[in-house]
Design a binder for this molecule. Structure first.
Ligand SMILES: [Zn+2]
Length: 87
């Protein structure tokens, strides 16, 4: 199984256990539920803790996202995922 690192905690995990976020041609963040969209992606643990940390880092401009993703759009997406995970 291919593994990837969470952009927040850097822990390695199987791709399928991580959230995969890609950007479209307009730099909008998209949650790739299929894990098959052939674009550069960032990975994040499926837990509130890492999502919260990602949001905080994003607000402080400290989140290193090498792929071009619109910051506001990513924040909206992170909020959606957080709600989905339940809180
Ligand atoms: Zn993590």
């Amino acid at each position: 199984m291919p593994t990837r690192s969470c952009i927040v905690c850097r822990k390695k995990n199987e791709k399928s256990n991580l959230l995969r976020i890609v950007s479209d041609e307009n730099n909008m963040a998209i949650l790739d539920r299929t894990q098959k969209v052939s674009k550069r992606a960032i990975y994040l643990c499926k837990n509130i803790k890492c999502i919260e940390k990602a949001k905080n880092s994003l607000e402080k401009g400290k989140l290193k996202v090498k792929i071009g993703i619109n910051k506001d759009c990513l924040e909206v997406l992170l909020n959606e995922v957080k709600n989905e995970l339940g809180e």
